[in-house]
Ligand binder design. Structure first.
Ligand SMILES: NC(=O)c1ccc[n+]([C@@H]2O[C@H](COP(=O)([O-])OP(=O)(O)OC[C@H]3O[C@@H](n4cnc5c(N)ncnc54)[C@H](OP(=O)(O)O)[C@@H]3O)[C@@H](O)[C@H]2O)c1
Length: 288
């Protein structure tokens, strides 16, 4: 049966979110339409409701579900109706989001969900793992990858390692052969180590930057800042080598120390469409 109306969490005129009946979205070129089985929350959900203020937009980014329709120009063989898929959409901005019965998503920024995974456990395969990939290999263009791991491990600092994005960064960095230095609260030390961190430090410790520098013998040159606020910039610059280093950020900032280069990334770039939250970005038709 073809559905034309669905329930969705929609931003109302007063900035609140209400469940409302709206039209089921149609997949455009390069898109799939998914019947949402589960959705996951991200900090960007509340931030975009509070600051994006897009009346009528559907909330939610991370979804998992079953494909019901395939739009035009989706590469042949990539997806078929009935496949299980996980990914993210830019909720609260487009009139399409994950907190709805149906969502339309980019066919190429979507992950095949193995049959062994429950729909709930697959729902976090959205913004977090893809942001982790960008933070590691778009911002840093010279790191090894899981497909070509280094045989001579060197240190990388994963700041905010117990966060959703940080947990993926730890795993990808370890699979790439790196020596993973992580920060988290002590209650999450075991979790972060179980994901592959070699050493974990408590970011509440006022000496943490210096301790990481000592533990890495002053040789730390790479960091991923999964928090990018609340003093993370100072801790990371204290930890990096005297020769400087490179930090990948989830929000832009300037390093408090000369000789350290920073580069920020935002998951929405992957979707290739213009957006105006958290900053303005105009679609680049030449970008593939
Ligand atoms: N640029 C992008 O595309 C992008 C994508 C995803 C997320 N983000 C942003 O990245 C941030 C994290 O998102 P997430 O979903 O990964 O977060 P999350 O899963 O909500 O992470 C929360 C964890 O981060 C740690 N944390 C919180 N405040 C901290 C602080 N001041 N200093 C150090 N660690 C702190 C805490 O770890 P402990 O419990 O161990 O203390 C907390 O449990 C958010 O601000 C989000 O908006 C950006």
């Amino acid at each position: 049966m073809v559905h034309t109306k669905m329930n969705a969490a929609v931003i109302d005129t007063d900035g609140k979110v209400v469940v409302r009946k709206i039209d089921v979205p149609k997949p455009g070129p390069g898109e799939i339409m998914v019947k949402v089985g589960a959705a996951a929350q991200n900090p960007t959900d509340w931030k975009s409701i509070a600051f994006g203020k897009r009346t009528g937009a559907v909330v939610g980014c991370d979804y998992t579900g079953v494909i019901e329709e395939i739009g035009p120009d989706v590469p042949a063989g990539l997806w078929k109706v009935g496949d299980r898929a996980s990914g993210f959409v830019q909720g609260s901005t487009w009139p399409n989001g994950a907190f709805a019965e149906y969502t339309v998503a980019s066919a190429e920024v979507t992950i095949h969900v193995p049959d062994s995974w429950t729909v709930e456990s697959a729902a976090h395969l959205g913004a977090a793992p893809l942001t982790a990939i960008q933070a590691l290999w778009q911002s840093h263009d010279d790191l090894p990858t899981p497909l070509k791991p280094t045989s001579t491990p060197f240190p990388i600092l994963v700041y905010g390692a117990s966060s959703s994005v940080g947990q993926f960064v730890v795993q990808f960095a370890k699979l790439s052969g790196l020596h993973v230095i992580a920060t988290s609260s002590p209650k999450n030390f075991d979790l972060v180590k179980s994901l592959g961190a070699d050493e974990v430090f408590d970011y509440h410790d006022t000496e943490v930057g210096k301790k990481i520098k000592a533990a890495t013998g002053g040789k730390l040159k790479y960091a991923v800042d999964n928090i990018s606020e609340h003093g993370s910039s100072q801790i990371i610059s204290d930890a990096l080598s005297d020769e400087g280093g490179k930090v990948s950020l989830l929000f832009p900032y300037e390093s408090p120390r000369a000789g350290i280069s920073v580069s920020s990334t935002v998951a929405y770039h992957l979707l290739g469409k213009s957006f105006d939250f958290p900053f303005s970005y105009t679609e680049d038709p030449n970008l593939t």
